[in-house]
Design a protein around this ligand. Structure first.
Ligand SMILES: O=P(O)(O)O[C@H]1O[C@H](CO)[C@@H](O)[C@H]1O
Ligand SMILES: O=c1cc[nH]c(=O)[nH]1
Length: 360
């Protein structure tokens, strides 16, 4: 009885503490708003501020990031992850491990020969997680629910680690809408299956529509880093349709079920193309909504592995798909070098690499 009472009291104290903290943060925000008023031209949703996060997090001691197999008691988050500046996500563990290896040389990081790249979350058996200096690399599986879970945990990770203004990327594959296979697509606006710029989360039976917003300046910065003549492929900016399914959800004719005909499919693809949609994939709305809610700058870069105007089946040879896979990685590496070494690709001699990790 005494124990139960104590537990209840502890919970009430925790709830009260969380409420007071949340209120204090709101008051701080209000004061800042009154002081700075319209001088502040940074949209609030694009400012990394932990005050947007769940106030109950402060009561968790330890906080267990179950799917990443990490907790704040056995890992010193600020020490291990505090230097993270980029968080890169993609569908599969194997692709993300390759990216982690690629980024080691791309950012001139010197890993001690004795230190092997290690999947930090291997024992969680859900997602892969690698750390390469200031770059955290994770897999997210397929679809909104899967990426949502790993994003909750990664956002908590960067929060607990006190990372400074981290930038998140989703790098993936997609079906192109009227673009050549191999084209790199940077998402300007993700749309859900109903063509709404939102991610729908059902809470207590009620659908909540969260704005699926990406950082437009970051998208433009990435486009500016592409070089179609040298790269040998196009990089385009456009809207992305985020489906909940690979087959019927993307109007394919090759799923196990299909309740429409080829004319209806083409009509749909043309309709979305006219709206400015250039590709389809399956995670961009969740990714944009969660990062936006946390005020984290984020971008989605996917390579088209098929032009859906011309077919449904992915029939490019594995070696071609491997080459396609590298394209988003190359662009993201350019961005990282630009940020870390403060240099333009065209003007390498003006680089300053004082705050770069293990700078050669
Ligand atoms: O290539 P990745 O990043 O895994 O993403 C795309 O590929 C999967 C479907 O094959 C979906 O998850 C889609 O979004
Ligand atoms: O057509 C495609 C290709 C990759 N990923 C998708 O979601 N759709």
């Amino acid at each position: 009885m005494g124990d139960k009472c104590e537990k209840n009291m502890h919970k009430n104290v925790c709830d009260l503490k969380a409420m007071v903290n949340a209120q204090n943060k709101r008051i701080d925000e209000l004061i800042r708003f009154i002081r700075e008023g319209s001088k502040t031209d940074i949209p609030q949703e694009m400012t990394w501020c932990t005050c947007n996060l769940n106030p109950y997090l402060e009561c968790l001691n330890p906080d267990i990031l179950y799917h990443l197999n990490l907790d704040t008691k056995s890992t010193d988050f600020p020490k291990v992850f505090g230097d993270v500046r980029f968080v890169c996500l993609g569908g599969t563990g194997a692709r993300m491990e390759k990216f982690a290896n690629f980024i080691i040389s791309e950012i001139g990081l010197k890993l001690s020969m004795a230190v092997e790249l290690r999947n930090i979350s291997a024992d969680g058996h859900r997602y892969a997680l690698f750390k390469v200096g200031p770059v955290l690399v994770a897999s997210h599986g397929i679809g909104g629910p899967s990426i949502s879970i790993v994003l909750h945990e990664l956002i908590k990770l960067v929060h607990h680690a006190k990372c400074q203004d981290p930038v998140f990327f989703r790098m993936g594959t997609c079906g192109g809408i009227g673009v050549e296979p191999g084209t790199l697509v940077i998402t300007s606006q993700p749309l859900d299956g109903q063509l709404r710029p939102v991610y729908e989360v059902v809470v207590h039976t009620q659908p909540q529509l969260r704005p699926a917003l990406l950082d437009q300046a970051l998208a433009k910065e990435l486009i500016a880093l592409s070089n179609p003549c040298e790269d040998g492929y196009d990089t385009v900016l456009g809207k992305t349709l985020c489906a909940n399914d690979f087959y019927e959800g993307q109007s394919r004719l090759d799923g196990a079920f299909c309740g429409y005909n080829p004319q209806k499919k083409m009509c749909f693809l043309q309709q979305i193309s006219q709206m400015g949609v250039v590709n389809m994939e399956m995670e961009s709305t969740a990714f944009a909504a969660l990062t936006n809610q946390a005020g984290i700058r984020a971008a989605v870069i996917c390579v088209a592995i098929i032009n859906r105007m011309e077919g449904d089946q992915i029939n490019s040879p594995t070696c071609v798909l491997k080459d396609f896979d590298q394209r988003a990685q190359i662009l993201i590496a350019r961005y990282m070098r630009k940020v870390l070494f403060k240099c333009d690709e065209d003007n390498v001699e003006t680089c300053h690499c004082d705050d770069a990790p293990g700078c050669p």
